[in-house]
Ligand binder design. Structure first.
Ligand code: FES
Length: 572
């Protein structure tokens, strides 16, 4: 199907012979364009999350030029528009708080400008779900161009992964096993190139999920940021987006319950980040598809971890690329995929992966030779988390997956930071560290505080993992027996607000349970005495966020953005 140009929404701006359209044409010519450069052509937006303070996206300014080249070659007119960059490490209090901001910005940029289709440029953690949520809501033809992972790191003969080894060496420094000079040397050695984290952290999880949902060209999520193939992929994305506009190939034609099921299979086979358990329900919600924690647990339970990548395994994204990339992994789980789901190149998932082959069976394991017994995600419920909590068994200590211990409760992150290394802290290796007020409303923005630091005195004794529980999140690059995303969160009165130091906590991942040994009567008495904490922000976007964000099990979207809603009238 090919749509006539006259039906494109950009023509409302440019085609009419009236006062307003004169202004639109006049102003584009003010930039040095000729009338024929944009008249009668599909107008393709390029939403670019490049910024000087976003190292993962440092190359996207240059890549946007390649995207434009593809658009022009295919007969379209490119319009690049900057959007919130959300460099994961730099943005405070958390990029998660601004994911919805980016989603709104993406949707409104598309709504308010003469755009027929869009190339979305992102990749650092929250940028992928943020851009996709906005594009799903706007429902114009959209193709996602992943920033691509950075090159492999290496230090003194060891492969080093961004995030994973930062945390590891930080603990070794605190334990006295590496020197301050080593630590400073690592600063300049662990991140060798532009690009997103090279582990199977949130960035690679989400760009791979974008590919599994059909939002990228085949293989796009695995190409390293600085590989020449990455620039060629940029050209291909621009070129393809023009055709998508003429075919009216919109997100609503890609997204079905089956395509989200594919995304879940890929997520679990990759050993992906727990953060995807928040982003996927939010993305599905924009498409009016209900995706629950129970759906995720069911797929995880049935899906072995095949990608031998940090933090679950021992390789990095560059290794995955050389082993055949995501199409090779999808080929290995093809019997579990809905192969008839449509993708942005107009072909089905099945057609796209038909010729894919794995070139290294240690990096992408066969389905009967997974990298371990642990699965990617387990969903826990009980009197500590009535609406659910998650844990990543593949990155946890097997011995701690069934554990009972005495709770040591920290009221908030400030108290945790102040007390955790106190030599007099009443803690041992069997203790359960609990952090509250780290959730969507309480923090706010659900920062990645869930991998609570091991107390220094226990590090010195050789302890490297403990059971930790919070309503916050954990970096996808991290490992540890961390129970995360407890819902409802403590700041809205969830039971996490009621646990006290000394209560016994029972964690049983096999039974999917998380409980505290506190009677219902005692919990009722504590609830009666509980006081809601004051909201931390009194104005601006943070106030909007605290008022409208949903809980983690529902995806932390805003209540007024969930679902497709009624169609809106044209802007003019
Ligand atoms: Fe950008 Fe990890 S900090 S992807």
């Amino acid at each position: 199907m090919t749509r006539p140009i006259s039906e494109l929404r950009s023509q409302r701006w440019f085609a009419a012979n009236d006062f307003r359209s004169f202004g639109h044409r006049q102003r584009l010519q003010q930039t040095g364009l000729r009338r024929e450069d944009f008249m009668g052509k599909p107008v393709i937006g390029i939403i670019n999350t490049w910024s000087d303070i976003s190292p993962c996206h440092a190359h996207l300014r240059e890549r946007a030029e390649s995207v434009k080249r593809g658009i022009v070659a295919a007969g379209g007119h490119p319009i690049e528009m900057p959007a919130l960059s959300l460099g994961e490490v730099m943005v405070k209090p958390s990029t998660m708080m601004y994911r919805n901001f980016l989603a709104m910005e993406c949707e409104e940029l598309l709504r308010s400008h003469p755009i027929d289709g869009v190339v979305l440029m992102g990749g650092c953690d929250k940028t992928t779900p943020g851009l996709l949520m906005g594009a799903i809501s706007m429902d114009l033809p959209a193709i996602f161009f992943p920033a691509g992972p950075m090159l492999n790191g290496q230090w003194r003969g060891e492969r080093t992964g961004a995030g994973t080894h930062t945390k590891k060496y930080w603990e070794e420094l605190r334990a006295g096993n590496i020197t301050q000079a080593d630590w400073i040397e690592l600063e300049g050695r662990m991140t060798r190139s532009h690009g997103t984290c090279n582990t199977m952290g949130t960035a690679s999880t989400m760009t791979s999920i974008a590919e599994a949902l059909g939002f990228t060209l085949p293989g796009a999520s695995s190409i390293p940021a600085v590989d020449s193939a990455h620039a060629r992929m940029a050209i291909a994305c621009g070129e393809r987006c023009v055709a998508m506009v003429l075919e009216d190939l919109k997100p609503s034609r890609l997204l079905t319950r089956a395509s989200f099921q594919n995304a879940l299979v890929v997520y679990m086979a990759l050993g992906g980040s727990t953060n995807a358990a928040v982003h996927l329900p939010a993305m599905a919600g924009r498409a009016d598809i209900k995706l629950t924690l129970a759906d995720m647990d069911a797929v995880s339970s049935a899906t072995p971890v095949l990608a031998n990548l940090y933090p679950s395994g021992k390789f990095l994204m560059e290794d995955l690329f050389f082993a055949g990339g995501l199409p090779a992994l999808m080929h290995k789980v093809s019997s579990r995929l809905a192969l008839d789901c449509l993708t942005v190149n107009g072909k089905t998932i099945g057609e796209n992966i038909a010729q894919a082959r794995c070139l290294d069976d240690d990096i992408i394991r066969d389905i009967d030779k997974p990298i371990g017994e642990g699965k990617t995600l387990a969903v826990l419920t009980g009197n500590l988390a009535p609406d659910g909590a998650v844990i990543k068994p593949s990155a946890a200590s097997p011995a701690l997956l069934k554990h009972s211990g005495r709770a040591l409760v920290f009221e908030d992150h400030a108290e945790l930071s102040a007390r955790i290394d106190d030599p007099d802290l009443d803690v041992d290796a069997s203790s359960v560290l609990v952090l509250r007020n780290a959730g969507p409303v309480g923090a706010p923005g659900m920062p990645e505080w869930g991998n609570l630091p091991i107390p220094k005195k226990l590090l010195a004794q050789g302890v490297r993992d403990m059971v930790r529980i919070s309503d916050g999140r954990m970096s996808g690059t991290h490992y540890g027996t961390c129970v995360l995303h407890v819902a409802p969160e403590s700041a809205v009165g969830g039971p996490l607000a009621l646990i006290t130091t000394g209560d016994i906590v029972d964690l049983d991942v096999a039974a999917r349970s998380l409980n505290m040994r506190v009677s219902d009567a005692e919990l009722a008495a504590r609830r009666a005495a509980w006081k809601k904490p004051a909201q931390r922000y009194g104005r601006s976007y943070a106030l909007l966020y605290q008022r409208h964000v949903s809980q983690a099990d529902r995806g932390c979207d805003f209540d007024f953005l969930e679902g497709r809603g009624a169609p809106e009238p044209p802007i003019f």
